[in-house]
Write a protein that binds this ligand. Structure first.
Ligand code: PFF
Length: 448
């Protein structure tokens, strides 16, 4: 067997893993959740969740992946020395596939909006027209499907090119660009007259808004945003060099991801407040509210293009990581070339995506438990598959891998220090599982 591919170094690891973490979840979902869950109070709880749940699970996934040196299924087999825990890996691959089924559709929308922003801008449209235009677009049978296919093809090309030449190279170009775009948009937003109201909403916690549901939403958001619970960080962990300090990398990725979420909210809320728009408008925030907002600010044509470009870049680097989970699995477990595996996986995702996209329009009368197929994929993964896989991964690392092997992995064979090991294991053994179980039970009760 040839030498396994690996990322170039510390910066490569950071940008690739942050590329996975920073996605639609930060720029689209986080500001929405924040708006709907009372602003600053949500932010505070989110930060606690990122530290108490996010950090330990990401560290667990990274160490597991680097120990196993294989795809997510192979890793469980190699680390445990038996086939008994392979199912956790299968659950991860399934989860990545299901998520890509609907994520790919939204990714396609972002491309269409880049196109619209460039082609005609949104300035001639009233807010009613914008809202109608988004609804008309998302239920169409052909246009969203074509954009999705284009997006998934670009995604496939990156993964097809390989871990270093495709994934790492793309992340190294796109992530700095993404950071630059977010910062530029923030500066624009906070310098608008009337924008300070938005900043107050963001940073002044109103604890009267704090309900158990807000806490649960924050936990779910931390999971999704940090790409945990589906073997994504496990697969990426297998490409991390043995000389990299995993503790540092995990901390850096979490900080960067959280920073982009906060910056996105800073880019969005002051503008929303300055224009007197209700901050709690749901997922349509990105596709309806913001174009409307851009219409009203000077240079709106350019800002709209930059915003949708930012959204598509973030979407791409995350979609790459989801496709990599499936590609590595197909290629290594079924012994098919990497290139063919990327193509097969993409075709499978496209089929799911076509169903998901059509389920919002021409097939909307077909429901699964009362949900459209699109909503079903989103709901089932967020409520069940992700938390359960996340729980199983952390359980396996905490209880089956054992302190000694973990210590060896985290200290790079006892060459560096990992003073946090005790706290990490405590969180992973007790706090993280408890938190996930509480979220899971709540979600389940809610679902039925
Ligand atoms: N973290 C990504 C986001 O915030 O949009 C979504 C995601 C990517 C989730 C990869 C899970 C994953 F494995």
């Amino acid at each position: 067997m040839g030498k396994r591919a690996s990322f170039g170094g510390r910066l490569g690891v950071l940008l690739v893993a942050a590329g996975s973490a920073v996605g639609l979840g930060n720029i689209w979902r986080f500001p929405c959740e924040l708006g709907q869950n009372g602003g600053g109070a949500f932010l505070l709880i989110y930060l606690v969740c990122a530290v108490v749940i996010g950090l330990p699970i990401m560290l667990a996934e990274f160490s597991l992946g680097r120990m196993g040196q294989s795809n997510v299924v192979g890793t469980f087999r190699r680390v445990s020395g038996t086939n008994k825990y392979r199912w956790i890996g299968y659950a991860g691959v399934l989860c990545a596939l299901l998520i890509m089924g609907f994520y790919g559709v939204v990714c396609g929308w972002t491309l269409d909006y880049v196109y619209q922003a460039v082609a005609h801008g949104f300035s001639s449209m009233t807010s009613e027209e914008l809202s109608q235009s988004f609804k008309d677009f998302s239920v169409q049978p052909v246009r969203p499907v074509l954009w999705m296919m284009l997006f998934l093809t670009i995604n496939c090309v990156v993964v097809f090119l390989g871990v270093k030449e495709g994934i790492e190279r793309t992340s190294k170009v796109l992530m700095p660009l993404l950071l630059l775009l977010v910062i530029v948009m923030c500066v624009r937003s906070v310098t608008l007259p009337g924008g300070s109201e938005g900043l107050r909403f963001l940073f002044e916690p109103d604890f009267s808004k704090l309900t158990p549901q807000v806490v649960l939403n924050a936990m779910g958001q931390a999971f999704f945003s940090l790409s945990l619970g589906m073997g994504c960080m496990t697969t990426y962990g297998s490409y991390i060099g043995k000389d990299i300090n995993l503790g540092h990398s995990v901390l850096q990725v979490t900080i960067l991801d959280t920073m982009v979420s906060i910056l996105s909210a800073v880019a969005i809320f002051p503008v929303v407040f300055a224009m007197g728009i209700n901050p709690s408008s749901g997922p349509e925030l990105a596709f309806i509210t913001l174009p409307n907002v851009f219409n009203q600010i000077p240079g709106g044509y350019i800002w709209a293009i930059l915003f949708f470009l930012l959204l598509s870049i973030a979407a791409l680097t995350s979609a790459i990581s989801l496709l990599e989970v499936i590609t590595a699995f197909v290629s290594e477990e079924l012994k098919i070339s990497r290139k063919k595996s990327a193509v097969y996986a993409t075709v499978l995702i496209m089929i799911l995506g076509v169903f998901a996209s059509l389920s919002l329009g021409v097939w909307s009368e077909y429901k699964i438990f009362g949900f459209s197929f699109f909503e079903f994929l989103d709901d089932v993964t967020a409520r069940f598959v992700m938390p359960l896989t996340g729980l199983s991964i952390s359980w396996f690392v905490a209880w089956k891998v054992g302190r000694k092997r973990l210590e060896k992995e985290l200290t790079n064979g006892h060459t560096i220090r990992a003073k946090y090991l005790g706290v990490f294991l405590f969180l992973l053994k007790y706090v993280t599982p408890l938190a996930i179980i509480v979220v899971f039970l709540n979600q389940t009760i809610d679902f039925f």
